[in-house]
Design a binder for this molecule. Structure first.
Ligand code: AMP
Length: 345
């Protein structure tokens, strides 16, 4: 948890000495900060050693702000939390007339997830995957107002299948979200937004083994891996990736796009046997960016992991560093860590 090793890395990157204080508040910090000369850098210890940080305790924020003239926040990934270091301290600095600004990374996040998607070059195609409809439904709802097409993959797609009356076998589904899925389908139809669901899947039979994973849950072995174009999943099987027909259809949509937003893998991509769909859309997004000049914005989390694994990270326009923060921002929520800034560009 200590930031001490970070001080060394920061020193290497900056090419200058970085002092480190083993606390983030208090006399020692104030003294060390007070002795800084222009150009000196001091890194304070991890604020999360104090419970007051996550509680956004006003007295703690005051203590943090004691050594600050201005406040710069570059932690977009934590901006959806109103903590003392992301929100409280900014308020204290602002009250004193100090500037509260976005750092360069934060500025880029706000530009790409905000401005670029506010007025996207069209067609604007959104690719959404991942495990749960419940995590992404607000994003889906908001993007149905903005995009020309939504392409759905991952386990999330099977809750939509359930909503269409198909059998989903042992696929990961959220039966209590069927109504939400139906509402999204109806909204897409009403607004004339293309809403693509998988036309085929890679399915397999999950079998519990005696082995336990890190969380103590039985490791699942997947047997009889095959492509199925039957919208009804076999009773003993689970859908684990989009199939080749779906890949072709999604790649064609992506190739015609001028703006692409991608969040969430197309399948259980951590297992090589179910990574083809995610890898293929990653390639399609990279190609559209490189060959057609499309702007591609990757909404953080597992899609970033998948792109990096496929060594395509530098072939897209922007990869968000936020997970939860990116999603909340895409939902249109005001992030407390962003709201606290007076200067965002
Ligand atoms: P999320 O955090 O909601 O973006 O979900 C990402 C996780 O969903 C990854 O760990 C994927 O392995 C998992 N996932 C995606 N598709 C499936 C699927 N069809 N079945 C099971 N897990 C999946």
């Amino acid at each position: 948890m200590s930031l001490r090793p970070v001080a060394q890395k920061l020193a290497d990157l900056l090419g200058r000495h970085v002092a480190f204080a083993d606390d983030c508040i208090g006399e020692k910090v104030e003294k060390t900060a007070g002795a800084l000369q222009p150009g000196d850098v001091l890194l304070l210890e991890n604020v999360r050693y104090y419970n007051e940080e996550e509680a956004n305790d006003p007295a703690f924020a005051q203590k943090l702000a004691k050594v600050a003239d201005v406040y710069v926040n570059d932690a977009f990934g934590a901006a959806h939390r109103a903590h003392a270091s992301t929100e409280g301290v900014a308020r204290v600095v602002a009250q004193r007339g100090g500037q509260c600004a976005a750092g360069l990374l934060m500025e880029r996040e706000l530009k790409f997830l905000g401005d670029e998607l506010e007025k996207p070059a069209r067609p604007f195609v959104v690719l959404l995957g991942g495990a749960k409809v419940s995590d992404k439904i607000q994003v889906i709802d908001r993007l149905l107002d903005k995009a020309e097409a939504l392409l759905i993959g991952g386990a999330m797609a099977y809750t939509f299948r359930l909503a269409q009356g198909y059998k989903t076998g042992k696929s990961l589904v959220e039966p209590d979200k069927v109504d939400v899925a139906k509402a999204a389908l109806a909204k897409a139809k009403q607004r004339g937004v293309k809403f693509l669901l998988p036309a085929d899947d890679v399915v397999a039979v999950p079998v519990k083994t005696d082995k336990l994973d890190k969380k103590g849950k039985p490791v699942i072995d997947y047997q009889n891996v095959r492509v199925s174009a039957d919208m009804n999943c076999p009773d003993d099987a689970a859908g684990l990736d989009i199939g080749p027909k779906t890949v072709a259809a999604y790649a064609a949509e992506i190739a015609g796009a001028k703006t692409i937003l991608w969040n969430g893998p197309m399948g259980l991509f951590e297992d090589k046997r179910f990574a083809d769909g995610t890898n293929a859309v990653a390639r399609a997004v990279a190609d559209a960016t490189q060959k057609n000049g499309a702007k591609s914005i990757i909404g953080g989390g597992d899609s970033v992991k998948a792109l990096n694994k496929a060594r395509l990270g530098d072939k897209v326009t922007f990869m968000s560093t936020g997970g939860g923060a990116s999603l909340e921002f895409l939902e249109g929520k005001v992030l407390p860590g962003v709201a606290a800034l007076s200067d965002k560009s």
